[in-house]
Write a protein that binds this ligand. Structure first.
Ligand SMILES: CC(C)(COP(=O)(O)OP(=O)(O)OC[C@H]1O[C@@H](n2cnc3c(N)ncnc32)[C@H](O)[C@@H]1OP(=O)(O)O)[C@@H](O)C(=O)NCCC(=O)NCCS
Length: 164
């Protein structure tokens, strides 16, 4: 399967909203407005994966000066993307692959590309929060758990980080 990775554009918005609605339960979904703000603000940090000219996955991350992500910083990043795109670190906001394309290594490819771009931009580290079952996925590409913990939807999300 040939997978093309490129920067997201505003004209991708309809498809990206569709993917968000399929991949996340209602309480963890972002609105069309927020996704569109992320495309405009995150610049190098918002990528899509295409298979046969159809978008099947996306990753988005923003810059932050924080060395750890607490609830307040998390809420700011999630709800006010245009206020957070500067700083020495990257925060992985979201990664999502359409169910019928999962298990083909697309998340790994997107993460590797995100890490490469963060290194090129001389970022110090990448931070993320995830639900417990996904900790193993991120460990496999080098992230280690840290002490961050936040609540999102109805669940606890655990912090991880990758030194660059
Ligand atoms: C999590 C998600 C992005 C993984 O996408 P994917 O393209 O299927 O992942 P990959 O095929 O690249 O797999 C990467 C590795 O993680 C593992 N993995 C994939 N999904 C996993 C899961 N749900 N739980 C644990 N490990 C998982 C794979 O076995 C693989 O390991 P390997 O490199 O040793 O083979 C996808 O399942 C998804 O979109 N889920 C819904 C949205 C979500 O929860 N996003 C993450 C929070 S922002």
């Amino acid at each position: 399967m040939f997978i093309l990775i490129r920067k997201a554009k505003l004209s991708d918005l309809d498809k990206l909203v569709e993917i968000e609605n399929i991949c996340f339960p209602e309480k963890e979904r972002e609105t069309r407005k927020i996704i569109s703000e992320r495309i405009e603000t995150f610049n190098e940090g918002f990528l899509v994966a295409e298979v046969e000219q159809e978008i099947v996955a996306m990753i988005n991350c923003c810059a932050t000066n924080s060395d750890s992500i607490n609830q307040e910083e998390f809420e700011k990043i999630m709800h006010f993307p245009s206020q957070v795109n500067s700083g020495k670190n990257q925060f992985l906001v979201s990664i999502e692959v359409l169910p019928e394309f999962q298990g083909n290594g697309i998340a790994n490819l997107l993460l590797e590309r995100m890490i490469m771009i963060a290194k090129e931009n001389k970022k110090k580290k990448i931070l993320l929060v995830c639900k417990e079952p996904l900790i193993e996925l991120y460990k496999k590409i080098g992230f280690i758990p840290n002490s961050d913990q936040i609540k999102y939807g109805n669940e606890k999300w655990f912090g991880m980080e990758l030194e660059l």
